[in-house]
Design a protein around this ligand. Structure first.
Ligand SMILES: Nc1ncnc2c1ncn2[C@@H]1O[C@H](COP(=O)(O)OP(=O)(O)OP(=O)(O)O)[C@@H](O)[C@H]1O
Length: 201
């Protein structure tokens, strides 16, 4: 199982390319920080890696990757539904009984410091809580590749550390994790750094 960038480049319209000739291997059990200034193409590269967007040049090889989860910078959920329901849903879809799904969902929510808001409706969550909730849901889906866009941007240090620990725990299960981040603590918590600032043309 791995994801490989082969001579990947991308640009929009007549603008200069964001990046060109990116060659990179992403492997299970490692955490990759995708860094670079605002506008350098981090979210664009996540879209390309996920297969949502074709690169302008080169290709992405995804070997043995069937389940991809993506936690967006701007989280969306179902307003009136409880936070717990959001995390339990993928577990129910995997065939767990509701009591087991909810117990597992609650443990995942605890791991990102959300145990106390489990029964609140999604619409009452703050931006940082909503994004952590969707991280817990993404982990519940048991992905082989987890893409996360700026998970700690809206968080205080302690909460940011719990997010980094949750990423560590899922990485230890063999998931490939790629995190677009400006946060030095998240970058430090990763095993590798791919800096798009250095690939700008
Ligand atoms: N569909 C599009 N058409 C034209 N330009 C686009 C499109 N999508 C993104 N861009 C431009 O490409 C550049 C890279 O955007 P991207 O969101 O990938 O950057 P980023 O590194 O994730 O930025 P940030 O750190 O601010 O989130 C930006 O200048 C953006 O305006």
């Amino acid at each position: 199982m791995r994801v490989r960038l082969e001579h990947v480049g991308c640009g929009f319209d007549a603008l200069p390319p964001l990046f060109e000739d990116l060659n990179y291997d992403f492997r299970p059990g490692d955490k990759y920080a995708l860094t670079g200034p605002s506008g350098s193409g981090k979210s664009t590269l996540l879209s390309i890696i996920a297969g949502w967007m074709e690169p302008t040049s080169g290709r992405v090889a995804r070997d043995g990757i069937n389940r991809i989860s993506w936690v967006f910078q701007n989280p969306h959920g179902v307003g009136p539904r409880s936070a717990l329901d959001h995390v339990a849903l993928p577990l129910l879809a995997q065939g767990l009984r509701r009591t087991d799904a909810e117990a597992k969902a609650l443990a995942l929510m605890d791991s990102v410091d959300l145990g106390s808001i489990a029964h609140r409706p999604f619409r009452q969550l703050s931006g940082g809580e909503a994004q952590r909730l969707l991280l817990a849901r993404a982990i519940a889906a048991d992905p082989q590749l987890l893409l996360v866009d700026e998970p700690t941007a809206q968080l205080d240090r302690h909460t940011g550390e719990s997010v980094n620990s949750a990423l560590e725990a899922i990485s230890a299960r063999g998931t490939i994790i790629i995190v677009a981040t400006h946060d030095p603590a998240t970058r430090e918590a990763c095993t590798h750094v791919l800096d798009l600032g250095k690939h700008r043309k």
